[in-house]
Design a protein around this ligand. Sequence first.
Ligand code: MAN
Length: 349
Amino acid sequence: MRDIAQRFSQNPILSPMDLKPSREGLVIVCLLNPGVFTFDGKTWLLIRVAERPEQRQGTISFPVLKNGGIDIVEIDGQHPELDASDPRVINYKGADYLTTLSHLRLVCSDDGVNFYQPAGYPLLQGEGEDEVFGIEDCRVSLIDETYYLTFTAVSEHGVGVGMRTTKDWINFQHHGMIIPPHNKDCALFEERINGKFYALHRPSSVALGGNYIWLAESPDGIHWGKHKCIVKTRASFWDSARVGAGAAPIKTSAGWLEIYHGANDKHQYCLGAFLMDLNDPSKVLARTTDPIMVPTADYELHGFFGEVVFTNGHVLNGDELTIYYGAADEFVCGAKFSVEEILGKLKYN
Ligand code: MAN
């Protein structure tokens, strides 16, 4: 299927071998799903770095955080109570574990294509008992000179939304888990609407319901309520199994434009868009029927988890939208879109 993304010719712009592991004994297996922001005149990515020990034949081993350090869990690959059919998550003796431990790493660039790790900025690691399996897929929203970081916090307690805020990317305030499990894909609007903060988020329901996008309101950006389900999966479409918000909605004269990911039951991840009312974002006015981006390039089809394009960060410059995205859960890539062209693909209700 053709899509309307103009991929960077330099893709992938970052691969696991381009950065150094966070500690001895670990290797980087995936660089993916960057949050994106501008700061100090540069474009910055807050990349998810997924690590594990070098794998030994016949066993599966992965790190978990413990008392500021890491513990390596090693499991016999033939164990009868092991289900390792998904490269991302295993089930062992009835409990789920991630095969990699993720932290968040800052890189910056003057041209939006060539990124480097600047000195003097900390790595963001999981902290506390709700983040022992790591932190992932951070969205960054700038509201009144404060950057709000919303990320997936993973532990044996479940998968929820953690928040930290910063003004300088050196000092961070921790706000704990702002939305409890099972929830992820949380993106804050970068403006208050009628005096309130708004966020998109994605709970998962085990029985009734599904993996749908919800909207929530808040008086302060930290405490959330008035949750409302606004975008659902569509049977027999490319987004039949799960949908989740990308980064902060883009303000246009037609409404708030949101780029989202959708997956089918074969775990193929594409991108689409929907439009919310400017004054009341709980009203979804329009949505794309076909995806605006489909995994087609080799680096999107083949990798740690193939057939995936996933975005949670972009930069807007007039009509030009540059999205940064994770390809095949292994590489960081970039692509450009025209906002007008995306708006033209929307089908109104
Ligand atoms: C899914 C995938 C993984 C991720 C876990 C926990 O299994 O998105 O990449 O680590 O959820 O968020």
